[in-house]
Write a new protein. Structure first.
Lengths: 578, 359
């Protein structure tokens, strides 16, 4: 029997059709072109004295100087920064508190809460703003109810602080996820040791748990700050009617409302916003590097000893329930109600005002188009983006491709980039790339591409932790067995990565369905998507149908998330930078 | 089966030199072991042979074929080196059954279905895993997974076999059994094998030859007895088994030996001649604990050469032997005996032939 092993040599293993290095180069070029490509035309457009679609033109820095001279622009920055600071402070404190309660105490219902608190991040953000307006806005359902029946004035949400409350409730899950990941990673034996050394639970919290969370808090704060300076829906729907401009809404207004469009100035403003966001991203990368020092050398993932809350167990649980009720459930219900009544008021019983008209309007014209386009974009885009990010993640972490280390940074870059900048960037990019650009510009695929690039980081963040857990020896064994890079990836790594790919698909689907700000610069008649339509129709006063459209978004989102998390448990704790 | 020639491998990670001119040759059908502490470069060497690391300098040839040459920029991709490798984690693909794991390398080589089936059956029989063909890895024990990993590495008749600490995830009892089983299989197949381990017992019991590595360099290459009995330097002596190191100055050179004045005491030790040692040279002498004999203090029948008075400092019973820590003047000695001795005063005799001089 032994003889057969020495006897004959087997045929040489077959080679992959496409050489691995070629495939890796193509992937890298695509990632870099698609992510960084749109910014070059943006820079170019900001330095020309006339729009790129007009012939001629010369180099100028006038757009920048014009912006810097504009008092309103500076004022918008000041508003934006105040808003971002308030938002960050609230979201981080709240997120960290809930994360500690869920991960380290015996809070009643902590498992359910750690899922539910994520909802605001996943629900359509524009729809949620509308829901807030319906319930808590000036003349909102509960605002009027409290004022008239209880003579109690609820805080206004169309001020800078009010808007930051709305935004903080949306971004709180970011802080929650970051802190939760840090807490799960940290060995709870560190806390047990402090208990054994004689510290009370509160003392442990103050002296061990919270200091160890410091890097996670800083990381979350930077990310939330970056995300909140770029938000467009809140200032447009809440701020502008109250004469409060943010940088994003300022640029949007400049683009859409100006009598003579001034793309150079808008591009210059976008460039400035991009520089700020990029600096914040670089700062955050430094902070993440510092975080490694705080990674406790993990022992076994043994049971996590819970701090006992004692008699606070239920009251704190109640507080979180109230929080979720007031910030998430009521706005959704308000939105639903708004879509079914002629107008929303607590003075008349809603059943006297019932109407199907808003929903009937969804069946034609721009609304019908938007729903169809959004669903197509979400399905096709999520499939393509998942496949693309999977390939790029494999090149980044499972290949010997020389430039692989640049990929994670490039893939995470759109995370820091405000959606409107991506929108303007792609607008110019399509304009400058001839027939191909025209094709993108005149079809929904142009919007899909911009949405996909914007959400690449999300897919990467979901994918990478799972890939890191798949031992590298598994693919080495495949290579040693005679399979090339692609065959090894396809037959060995991808099947093991399938759960993460599925999770990425679900999350991408939801994000692509609900995304709107890159689209506001790209939509044309026929290529409308839900978010952009909601924004434009709301500004024109079509509140009822917009509420119905938002409900469609919410419904699809909730169903897809529910089905998705049932088919496979979506792991939200894996990533350290949610 | 071809031989393996590794010449002048140099590999640096940052400013750390992982491999510093590593040279060795593995003979046809030999089981060759790379032994050393973690970070000594043994795994880097193995991964360079497998094609997962690319050294900056050096050459690797298997038989007639050069698979790596830094100067000529030859680096055959890992998948075209046709070698079998068993990883520390076994790396049995968790989403495939045992059968599918073994079939993968054969499918990649486009074998016909019938041949695939017969080869798998043959190989599974070889590793005594036939009844488990349909199982998934998570349904197997650690030892069984290891057999599957080995079968997968053998099923496509690789030209050489590489074993990367394959026993370190097994429990102590199983490890000893697996050792002799793997050695038996390797001898039966006559497969040229490179085995990486940090465990000296594994190295000594399985290898035809051992290369002891430290800090990216090979310290000594020899058969197990050579490495154990005649270590070429302090590192090898201390890494392979327990050891007493006695340092001193040469007090006299005789025809067939050297008289050593032991440091910090008036003890003298006669040791075999070390190549060209001169009077007043410093020497280090290595003595294995089990080579030293103990005699009760009153016994005067022993040879007085190399016999010193000593006192027992600590004693331990280790099941199959006793271990004593002794002090003879300022010299500290560890001694293993099969029988207990009475203390605390004792005589210790160091046979001349048990002493070997190291650099």
């Amino acid at each position: 029997m032994a003889a057969s092993y020495a006897r004959e040599a087997l045929p040489r293993p077959r080679r992959d059709i496409l050489p691995a290095s070629l495939l890796q180069w193509i992937t890298w070029l695509l990632v870099v072109t698609l992510v960084l490509g749109p910014f070059l035309p943006l820079l170019y457009a900001s330095l020309r004295d006339r729009p790129l679609y007009e012939a001629g033109g010369a180099f100028t820095t006038e757009p920048y100087r014009e912006l810097l001279r504009d008092h309103a622009f500076w004022h918008a920055w000041w508003n934006t920064i105040q808003f971002a600071v308030y938002t960050t402070a609230m979201a981080v404190v709240l997120g960290a508190a809930v994360a500690i309660l869920c991960a380290r105490t015996d809070l009643a219902g902590r498992r359910t809460f750690s899922k539910l608190v994520l909802l605001p991040l996943l629900l359509p953000s524009l729809g949620m703003v509308l829901g807030w307006i319906a319930v808590w806005g000036e003349g909102g359902y509960l605002t009027s109810f409290f004022a008239q029946r209880l003579h109690f004035t609820t805080p206004a949400i169309d001020t800078i602080r009010g808007m930051s409350v709305v935004e903080a409730t949306r971004l709180m899950p970011v802080a929650f996820l970051t802190c939760q990941a840090a807490l799960v990673r940290a060995d709870s034996a560190l806390e047990d040791a402090a208990r054994s050394a004689g510290a009370s639970p509160l003392r442990v919290l103050r002296s061990i748990t919270i200091p160890m969370l410091r890097p996670a808090l800083l990381n979350a704060a930077t990310l939330i700050f970056t995300l909140s300076i770029a938000v467009l829906g809140i200032p447009l729907l809440l701020g502008v009617p109250n004469n409060i401009q943010f940088v994003s809404s300022y640029l949007y207004t400049l683009w859409t409302n100006a009598s003579s469009p001034d793309p150079g100035t808008v591009s210059a403003g976008a460039m400035m916003l991009l520089v700020v966001a990029t600096l914040l991203l670089l700062l955050r990368n430094r902070l993440l590097g510092a975080e490694a020092r705080f990674v406790s050398v993990g022992g076994k993932a043994s049971h996590t000893a819970m701090l006992s809350l004692g008699r606070w167990r239920w009251p704190l649980s109640g507080a979180i329930t109230f929080y979720l009720l007031f910030t998430t459930l009521l706005p959704v219900l308000g939105l639903a109600l708004m879509s079914f009544v002629v107008f929303l008021t607590p003075l008349i019983a809603p059943w006297d005002l019932l109407t199907w008209d808003h929903w009937k309007m969804l069946d034609d014209g721009i609304f019908r188009n938007s729903i169809r386009n959004s669903v197509i974009i979400a399905v096709v885009g999520a499939v393509l983006a998942t496949a693309f990010v999977t390939l790029a993640t494999l090149v980044a972490h499972r290949s010997t491709y020389p430039l692989r280390r640049t990929l994670p940074f490039v893939m995470l870059y759109p995370r820091a980039t405000p959606g409107i900048i991506i929108g303007i960037g792609f607008f110019w990019a399509y304009l400058l790339t001839g027939a191909l650009g025209d094709w993108f510009r005149n079809s929904i695929w142009g919007i899909m591409l911009a949405f996909c690039i914007r959400n690449l980081p999300l897919a990467y963040i979901v994918m990478y932790p799972t890939l890191a857990r798949i031992g590298e020896e598994l693919d080495r064994a495949g290579r040693a067995a005679g399979a090339g890079w692609w065959t090894t990836s396809r037959r060995i790594v991808l099947p093991l990565l399938r759960p993460a790919m599925f999770a990425a698909f679900i999350l991408l689907f939801v994000e692509l369905l609900n995304d709107y700000d890159p689209a506001v610069f790209l939509v044309k008649p026929g290529t409308e998507v839900m978010g952009a339509t909601m924004l434009s129709q709301f500004i024109q006063g079509a509140i009822g149908p917009v509420a119905a459209l938002a409900m469609v978004q919410v419904a699809i989102t909730v169903v897809v998330l529910a089905v998705g998390s049932r088919v496979f448990k979506i792991n939200t704790t894996g990533g350290n930078d949610a | 089966m071809p031989e393996i020639a590794v010449a002048g491998l140099v590999k640096t990670f940052g400013d750390q030199r992982a491999l510093d001119h590593v040279d060795f040759k593995v003979n046809d059908g030999e089981l060759f072991t790379l032994l050393g502490p973690s970070g000594c470069g043994k795994s880097t060497t193995l991964m360079s042979i497998a094609g997962f690391q690319h050294p900056e300098e050096g050459r690797i040839a298997v038989g007639e074929e050069t698979i790596f040459d830094a100067q000529k920029r030859i680096a055959v991709p890992a998948e075209r080196r046709n070698l079998g490798i068993v990883f520390q984690s076994y790396a049995v693909w968790p989403h495939m059954t045992v059968h599918e794991n073994l079939a993968f390398p054969l499918k990649v080589r486009r074998l016909k279905r019938g041949e695939i089936r017969s080869r798998i059956a043959e190989t599974l029989e070889l590793v005594e895993m036939t009844p488990y063909e349909k199982r998934y890895p998570h349904q197997l024990s650690g030892g069984q997974q290891q057999r599957v990993a080995l079968a997968r590495a053998l099923v496509y008749s690789p030209s050489i076999l590489l074993l990367d600490e394959p026993f370190s995830n097994l429990d102590a009892k199983l490890r000893v059994r697996a050792r002799s089983w793997v050695k038996e299989l390797q001898t039966k197949l006559g497969l040229t094998t490179i085995f990486v381990t940090h465990d000296q017992d594994e190295a000594l019991s399985m290898s035809d030859r051992i290369a002891v590595m430290s800090a990216g360099e090979i310290q000594q290459i020899g058969n197990p007895e050579d490495v154990y009995r005649r270590p070429s330097n302090r590192f090898v002596a201390e890494f392979v088994g327990r050891v007493n190191l006695i340092e001193g100055v040469v007090a006299g050179v005789e025809r067939d030996g050297v008289l050593l004045q032991v440091d910090g005491s008036n003890h003298r030790l006669t040791v075999p001649a070390a190549g060209g040692a001169q009077v007043s040279d410093r020497l280090t002498v290595v003595v294995r604990p089990e080579a030293v004999t103990l005699v009760s203090a009153g016994d005067s029948s022993v040879n007085t050469t190399n016999t010193w008075d000593a006192s027992i400092h600590a004693a331990a019973f280790l099941g199959d032997h006793y271990e004593y820590e002794l002090e003879a003047g300022s010299v500290q000695l560890v001694v293993q005996t099969s029988r207990a001795v009475e203390g605390p005063r004792i005589k210790v005799h160091i046979p001349r032939d048990a002493c070997s001089v190291v650099e």
